[in-house]
Design a protein around this ligand. Structure first.
Ligand code: DGJ
Length: 743
């Protein structure tokens, strides 16, 4: 009896200790969990959400997927990175402003009674299987006091480990609610260190990377330019966890806001060293007045996460982009000759007719007529007139575009054309007739960017006008085979004669732009279109849905391009990179062409001024390109040597069945002795396959310094490597790698 009494006392003490420990742990985590765990999983990753006792939804996990999803529920009790105090909201799945919140919100509103508080509580969720690879989780949150609700969307692409997240805000108050912040996504990570790789730039200097450790406080990436958001700071970035990820190692998230206007990404290291990421449209000067029952739909924030470094993450993104986003991402592309750099505005029908012949001579598929073909009262002979007047200039093109389209056909090539539909020069008939269509301050001097202003795309009449530009072009010239859509100006003096609510302009501009693109695409679904913006000023997945490709930069100096294309390649697959061979840079034509071949190849040179050998080389390069373009466009990209850390840049594209690859190598350092001292280790091949390695794209009259048909195992090429023999006399080398039987 005595003994059993002691045992019972001991057991009671044990139980009490366990209970106390549980209470302490629970209060550390702020979680006496009650809600079911919502786990959203892709092939390798998971995000787990759970409502706390107050029904507020939080992110309890982000990372590698667990084998048993029931175990996500155990995670909150393991962390001291959240308490039951002020910090219990740090992990909010969509942080509301006001009420008990003290940190950066994802949403901020003013109700019709002027009250600024918001609370969001979990109501329910659904999971919809869209197909075998894609599913959509929808979570409804509601304010318990005001009739306002937010639906969070999580679209998962299983195989690619990609997620698109966005939100929809609506209310049933008896008047308009003012939205002050309206993020697409609100993420939460718990790691030791956070490293941000962000980009900045300017005209001809796109995609300059900067990698730094995030420190406590908020780092904001954003754009306030209205249009061409990519110009100074693109909406694409990476966050590495613990230490900066390398190509093959480390935990890394690649993210991008799918929005072609003002965007904003807040990266907040909170007081307990968690990272909060809030991404979406920029709320700068954009308070939005939302009518009862109207839906405010935010654009998607896109991301992928990998524990195997930047290389794998980017390959996943490429697979996703080709399959689900970029127009005709799995199809093929046509090579072209552009006349911008060779003629600028100075051309006429005779000159263009000769260029059509050159297009054929070069062996490319399309001739692309650039800026300068339009305007009569104000001819477009320089960038200060004519923009907006989309009628052929009668002096330059007396027989119209139709004549040139037919001439192109006669020469066995296709014809494409440049437009800049969103913009207007003050010296134009359009401006004279429709000044109310122009974004400008009525009482202040106009401020021009490249001598032009932006049209007010929030106005449906302007949207109709834009669609009519394409209609006229295509109805008159059904043979048009390519469009280059340029956008050179930013929005100064953001004022709309159409908007009652000026603070709607930035958002409604982009919505209007997408409406136009949607309508153009509905009518002309297949025509390849290049997304251009005074170089790469607008490169984002919001717009790329309507485009087959984008113009990387006006800077076509091949050395610069190696660096830029390298960084773009993390976010956008090569099939979408438009690379033209021009006269920029000091490198020989072979180097320039080899660099341009790492994407969609085009030329913008004076063909009839090429030497006989240069012409021969280019013609053969077009043929060679066709033999490896399938790998470049649809294969897996492996970055072997970074130009930022080595004398040479080395990249390879391997087709999906690992039977063929193409490897590009370029000298990027001209100091004495620079070159490929050591072999470069290949990646992505199959170890037990044998591969022949052959140099292609040689300049006429030169011989490769490599053995003609060397054969190696994949194992050897990936363990020992291959030396492309790069040096000051061989500054660029392309290798074609073909399976030549198994061991
Ligand atoms: C800017 C583009 O980036 C160039 O390629 C060219 O099309 C010019 N605009 C034409 O004005």
């Amino acid at each position: 009896m005595e003994i059993s009494k002691t045992v019972a006392t001991k057991q009671a003490i044990k139980l009490t200790i366990v209970l106390i420990a549980f209470i302490i742990l629970s209060s550390f985590s702020g979680y006496t969990q009650k809600g079911t765990v919502i786990s959203i999983e892709s092939a390798h990753n998971a995000i787990a959400l759970q409502a706390d006792t107050g029904n507020r939804l939080g992110v309890i996990y982000f990372g590698t997927k667990l084998n048993n999803s029931a175990e996500y529920a155990s995670i909150p009790a393991t962390t001291k990175r959240q308490g039951s105090d002020y910090s219990s909201i740090f992990n909010s799945a969509y942080t509301p402003a006001g009420s008990r919140n003290l940190i950066e919100p994802a949403i901020q509103v003013t109700h019709i009674d002027g009250n600024t508080s918001l609370d969001l509580q979990y109501v329910n969720h659904t999971v919809k299987k869209i197909d075998n690879n894609v599913s959509l989780t929808t979570i409804l949150l509601k304010d318990p006091v005001y009739p306002l609700e937010v639906t969070l969307y999580y679209k998962v692409y299983q195989k690619e480990d990609v997620m698109e997240q966005w939100s929809v805000i609506r209310h049933k108050e008896k008047g308009n609610v003012i939205l002050q912040k309206f993020a697409s996504a609100n993420l939460f990570f718990s790691s030791e260190q956070y490293w941000l790789r962000q980009y900045h730039g300017d005209w001809a200097k796109e995609m300059q990377p900067e990698e730094t450790r995030l420190t406590p406080g908020i780092k904001v990436l954003d754009s306030k330019l209205g249009t061409r958001e990519n110009l100074y700071q693109p909406p694409s970035f990476m966050v590495s966890f613990n230490s900066p990820a390398t190509e093959d190692e480390g935990k890394v998230l690649l993210g991008s806001v799918e929005w072609s206007g003002n965007f904003r990404v807040d990266l907040e290291v909170d007081p307990l060293n968690n990272l909060r990421l809030i991404a979406g449209m920029n709320n700068f000067a954009s308070e939005y007045s939302l009518k009862p029952s109207e839906e405010f739909i935010t654009p998607a924030f896109l991301y992928t996460y990998s524990v195997n470094g930047k290389g794998e993450a980017s390959r996943h993104l490429h697979d996703w982009a080709r399959q689900y986003k970029i127009l005709n991402g799995k199809g093929s592309r046509e090579t072209l000759l552009n006349n911008w750099e060779s003629t600028f505005f100075d051309f006429n029908e005779t000159i263009l007719s000769a260029l059509l012949k050159d297009t054929k001579k070069l062996g490319v598929d399309v001739f692309l007529l650039d800026d300068g073909w339009f305007g009569n009262k104000y001819p477009r002979n320089s960038d200060n007139a004519g923009l907006g007047d989309w009628q052929e200039n009668r002096k330059k093109l007396p027989n119209g575009l139709g004549y040139l389209v037919k001439e192109a056909q006669k020469n066995g090539v296709k014809f494409g054309i440049w437009v800049e539909p969103e913009m207007v020069n003050p010296k134009s008939e359009l401006y004279e007739k429709h000044r109310d269509w122009v974004i400008r301050e009525p009482n202040r001097p106009e401020h021009l960017y490249r001598n032009q202003l932006v049209l007010d795309l929030s106005n449906p009449k302007v949207q109709n006008f834009l669609v009519s530009i394409f209609d006229t072009l295509f109805i008159k010239n059904p043979g048009l085979a390519f469009i280059k859509w340029d956008c050179n100006a930013v929005i100064y003096n953001a004022h709309s004669a159409y908007q009652q609510n000026q603070s709607h302009l930035y958002i409604d501009y982009v919505r209007g732009l997408y409406k136009v693109m949607e309508r153009v695409r509905a009518k002309y679904p297949k025509v390849p279109m290049m997304l251009c913006s005074g170089g790469g000023g607008r490169v984002d997945y919001g717009a790329l849905k309507y485009f087959t490709e984008f113009w990387v930069s006006d800077n076509t100096d091949p050395l610069e391009r190696i660096f830029m294309q390298y960084e773009y390649s993390y976010f956008f697959p090569a099939i979408a990179h438009d690379n033209h061979v021009t006269d920029w840079g000091k490198q020989p034509i072979k180097f320039r062409t080899d660099v341009a071949m790492m994407g969609k190849l085009g030329f913008d040179i004076v063909v009839n001024k090429l030497t006989e050998d240069d012409l021969k080389f280019c013609q053969q390069a077009v043929v060679n390109y066709k033999s490896v373009s399938d790998e470049v466009w649809h294969g897996d990209l492996y970055r072997l040597l970074s130009p930022r850390e080595n004398d040479l840049a080395s990249l390879m594209y391997v087709n999906k069945d690992q039977s063929k690859a193409v490897m590009f190598n370029y000298l990027v350092n001209n100091r004495y002795g620079a070159g490929s001292i050591l072999p470069v280790k290949l990646k992505g091949l199959q170890a037990d396959k044998k591969y022949s390695v052959k140099e292609i794209n040689l300049y006429p009259g030169t011989k490769s310094a490599l053995a003609e048909s060397a054969v190696f195992s994949g194992n050897y090429l990936m363990t020992i490597g291959f030396n492309p023999n790069i040096n000051v006399r061989r500054t660029s080398v392309i290798l074609e790698i073909n399976e030549s039987g198994s061991r």
